[in-house]
Design a protein around this ligand. Structure first.
Ligand code: 2P0
Length: 349
């Protein structure tokens, strides 16, 4: 797209991803290298997404980034700087040290169409979108973008790919093997739906970054989880995804969410992300499955009280009609995505 001057704005969208095997804990804070593998589903772009526009050129005096209409201080934001620098390094690698583009200043404007930092994976979509849009603007889409997105926010490396994604923790100290790979693309398992129950969309008290640092420092359960549980679960859930074995996928997802929140409680002082309504949703799901005699639906919770429910299309309407009896809402329940069914804003407060 770029010759001597970038005379157009490049705009891209990136979706959020929801982890079924959770990333929690780093072995290297600076390079954002995780202690364990994680597995996620990337939603479709037409629902919860970040949208980023980039313009660059000699006519821009300094780098600038606006997030949801507010200017972000780049000088004090190490992660943003890292992403800009890594992209510039790639430009030099591709086009030579003397290419003018490497010196161009860049303007970025980014917006989320959902609440930022409310445990709805906003940093994942945001950094994935930033890196992808910059790469697109500078013709770098063939490069490994997941390792750059990872250095913006760990979970962002998974949003670089659609469908079902495995972020391999890797063992290299420099992170060369800590990359996201696609397990299956977004046409695989089209019956899979995700229902998002927005219990609370306010900003969370302990950010994931800080929460996981504290867990690494203080939680014994985290060590056990990483060594004894996650490796086997990762292998099993990848197989379940490939086989479209919903019951296996769903059971592992619930167990991993529960263990992740147990680690949060085992952290000292504890990180409490779930609330009373979250626990009521968990009970509701188990009661529903018990009544049907099968695992028809599963839940997972990130660093916040909002629930992500996985269900197959065929079971969706009967489940929804039971759900709204217990958790009523005036909001219309819109049915989205390969991924996703509904955000029922504020309904559960
Ligand atoms: C996940 N979370 O796998 C887990 C589950 C939250 C709970 O990835 O410090 O915002 O930027 O690497 O990516 C949130 O962690 O943290 C996260 P950083 P990030 O989705």
């Amino acid at each position: 797209n770029i010759q001597n001057d970038m005379d157009k704005v490049v705009t891209c969208l990136a979706p959020v991803n929801i982890a079924a095997i959770k990333y929690w804990g780093k072995r290297d804070e600076r390079l954002i290298l995780p202690l364990n593998d994680s597995v996620s589903l990337t939603l479709d772009c037409d629902q919860m997404h970040s949208q980023t526009s980039v313009i660059a050129g000699p006519f821009i005096k300094e780098d600038g980034i606006w997030l949801n209409g507010q200017i972000m201080p780049i000088e004090t934001n190490e992660r943003l700087q890292k992403c800009f620098n890594l992209i510039r390094q790639l430009i030099v690698k591709r086009k030579g040290e003397n290419c003018p583009e490497a010196k161009w200043k860049i303007r970025v404007c980014s917006e989320n169409n959902f609440p930022t930092a409310a445990g709805l994976a906003s940093s994942a979509a945001g950094y994935a979108c930033l890196v992808y849009t910059l790469a697109n603007a500078f013709d770098l889409l063939n490069e490994d973008l997941s390792s750059i997105a990872r250095q913006g926010s760990g979970s962002a490396c998974r949003s670089i790919y659609g469908g079902f994604v495995h972020w391999k923790a890797g063992i290299d100290d420099l992170g060369s093997d800590s990359i996201a790979v696609q397990i299956a693309d977004d046409t695989h398992w089209p019956e899979m739906r995700i229902i998002i129950l927005v219990v609370n969309d306010s900003q969370k008290k302990t950010s994931s970054t800080v929460g996981m640092q504290k867990s690494v420092e203080t939680s014994e359960l985290l060590k056990y989880r990483i060594q004894k549980c996650v490796p086997e679960r990762t292998t099993q859930i990848i197989q379940a995804i490939k086989d479209k074995n919903f019951e296996q996928f769903a059971e592992i997802t619930m167990k991993d969410s529960n263990q992740f929140h147990a680690v949060c409680l085992d952290t000292y002082p504890p990180c409490v992300y779930l609330n009373q309504v979250s626990h009521e949703i968990i009970s509701f799901v188990h009661d529903y499955n018990e009544a049907t005699g099968q695992i028809k639906v599963s839940y997972t919770f990130d660093a916040g009280p909002n629930a992500f429910l996985f269900i197959l299309q065929n079971d969706l309407s009967s489940f929804m009609s039971e759900l709204i009896k217990v958790f009523p809402t005036d909001q219309p329940i819109s049915s989205y995505i390969r991924g996703i069914v509904s955000t029922q804003s504020d309904m559960l407060k």
